[in-house]
Design a protein around this ligand. Structure first.
Ligand SMILES: O=C(CO)[C@H](O)[C@H](O)COP(=O)(O)O
Ligand SMILES: [Fe+2]
Length: 223
């Protein structure tokens, strides 16, 4: 029988993808006004996903402006060259896609050697079984519940069922990774995601379009 994780350990991570990039200071102030503990940074290269966002320069400039945990999500075809640059820019966690690298174990070890939390992510069409050899080495498993590249999409229910499988595996094997869910998270979808075993909910458009992000975040943390 799977158990919902304790509410005290829940993390909410607003995704800057949905923020206004020309008024980032104001957008970061919105996050600071809430109890969201992490800030999620979507780095896209126009190759692994059909969109472009930002890279280490903006993150380096952001770092002194916030004490929130910086959670980077690299949607790039060749994350290996970017890993040291992201570490240098001051992120706290680096998540790469299992679909993007050949030597996943080596890339994860590189992230850990730089003193950062190491995460692996899977797109909706990748099964949990693809991660079997890496789960004992990672700190975060990021389950994409939309096809990566854009915010504001609807959550794919079948992709969210992977949370349950991952939760069952970590209980059985005694692994320590945290399960993060990214894509289509809102006040309607959040309760069942926590129930399935999520530890971290990434929220982009629902957070930044809400007139009251503070209440929205409190709701997510308590629902
Ligand atoms: O990785 C991402 C997209 O590839 C974003 O983190 C995600 O889409 C968040 O946006 P929303 O909450 O609007 O779905
Ligand atoms: Fe993301």
């Amino acid at each position: 029988m799977l158990q919902e994780n304790s509410k005290e350990n829940r993390i909410v991570a607003p995704s800057l993808l949905a923020a206004n990039f020309f008024t980032l200071s104001t957008e970061i102030a919105k996050v600071h006004d809430t109890s969201a503990q992490w800030i999620h940074l979507d780095v896209m290269d126009g190759h692994f996903v059909p969109n472009l966002t930002f890279g280490p320069k903006i993150i380096q400039d952001l770092r002194p402006q916030t004490d929130r945990f910086l959670d980077s999500h690299l949607m790039v075809s060749n994350p290996d060259f970017l890993i040291p640059l992201m570490a240098e820019a001051g992120v706290d966690a680096i998540t790469i896609h299992s679909e993007a690298v050949i030597h996943l174990h080596r890339s994860i070890q590189t992230i850990k050697a730089l003193g950062k939390l190491a995460g692996v992510s899977i797109v909706p069409s990748t099964p949990v079984s693809a991660l079997s050899e890496i789960l004992s080495f990672v700190d975060i498993v990021l389950v994409m519940t939309v096809n990566p590249g854009f915010g504001g999409q609807s959550l794919i229910e079948s992709a969210s069922d992977k949370i349950k499988s991952l939760d069952a595996i970590r209980i059985k094997m005694g692994y320590n990774f945290r399960i993060s869910v990214d894509g289509g998270v809102n006040s309607s979808t959040a309760p069942s995601l926590w129930k399935k075993g999520a530890d971290i909910l990434v929220t982009g458009s629902s957070f930044f379009s809400d007139p009251d992000p503070r209440s929205f975040t409190s709701f997510l943390l308590s629902c």
